[in-house]
Design a binder for this molecule. Sequence first.
Ligand code: PLP
Length: 368
Amino acid sequence: MDQTQTINFGAGPAKIPQSVLLKAQQEFLNFSTSGISVLEMSHRASDFIQIINRTESVLRELLNIPANYKVLFLQGGGSGQFSAIPLNLIGLKKDMCADYVVTGTWSEKAAKEAEKYGKINIVHPKMDSYTKIPDPSSWTLNPAASYVYYCNNETIHGVEFNFIPETNSVVLVCDMSSNFLSRPIDVSKFGLIYAGAQKNVGCAGVTVVIVREDLLGHTLKECPIILDYKTQAELNSMYNTPPCYSIYIMGLVLEWIKSNGGGAAMESLNQQKSLLIYDVINSSNGFYVCPVEETCRSRMNIPFRIRSKEGDATLEKEFLEGASKKGMISLKGHRSVGGIRASLYNAVTLQDTEALATYMKEFLRQHQ
Ligand code: PLP
């Protein structure tokens, strides 16, 4: 099948805007006047220093990042940050403890990893299923905690915060891997924000960390040096060889976001796109079932089943095969939950989403 006809609804690595891929292709063999590919370039070369500096400056502009925040480009993925966060921040206060809000697989994994380094308090009763955000008025936050951690968008379960939790001045830490730059955000409300690039801002290999300067320097002595924020901040993310090509691609995607209207434009587009799919689900008389409570349904990852919460395996298989024949790929739900999941990151267009909505309506007509 012609590549341009394929629509990638994958959860990550995910669709990258076509114009970005074309630019990368154009520059692949000879970046600027260097005569070589970015893949071959020394991270100390002036061309690469320009790439990384430009990437940081566009990111600062898009998110209006205050001057007292450092921007780091690290390796190890989101999972690396599950360890790096407690290693760097749990020592902020003498009790060596942290509060976690657990609303899905990713925050659950982060909390479990953090338990290696300090005392972790899950601020709400354990949930039977990840289909909602427990009412913040019922959370028991510990004022002695070094930080409060949450995941802004649970990629597998499709649960997204549409508010910033109030922590009574305790440092707030947020995993924004799957909704980074999908809408504007007030960075000053956070101590630390991180996001793997491979969903909304590029390809796998680089994780961006935005951290307030006064939080640096409290690292546990056993912290591996490449995860030490202070060291990486002092060396412009170049303690060791950074993921050069992934940073370059991120830079191109950020330029694309900027030229397409920035966070506010992404937000309005993402709202429109997700509404298209939720409308089909909500008006299907229970044929399509999204288990997530309406108030916290994700605009990025929409999980749904067919006929019931448990799903109808035969129909779901048929749905996925039919979608694939129409060029719509990677709609299978995460292997841990099954079903169907449509990921509608920034690069997925309104037209792509309309194609999916049309197919869903067609499939409904044929099977209800
Ligand atoms: N956090 C979220 C919200 C994710 O969706 C993922 C992966 O999909 C991760 C963390 C882990 O990222 P990685 O696979 O890069 O370690």
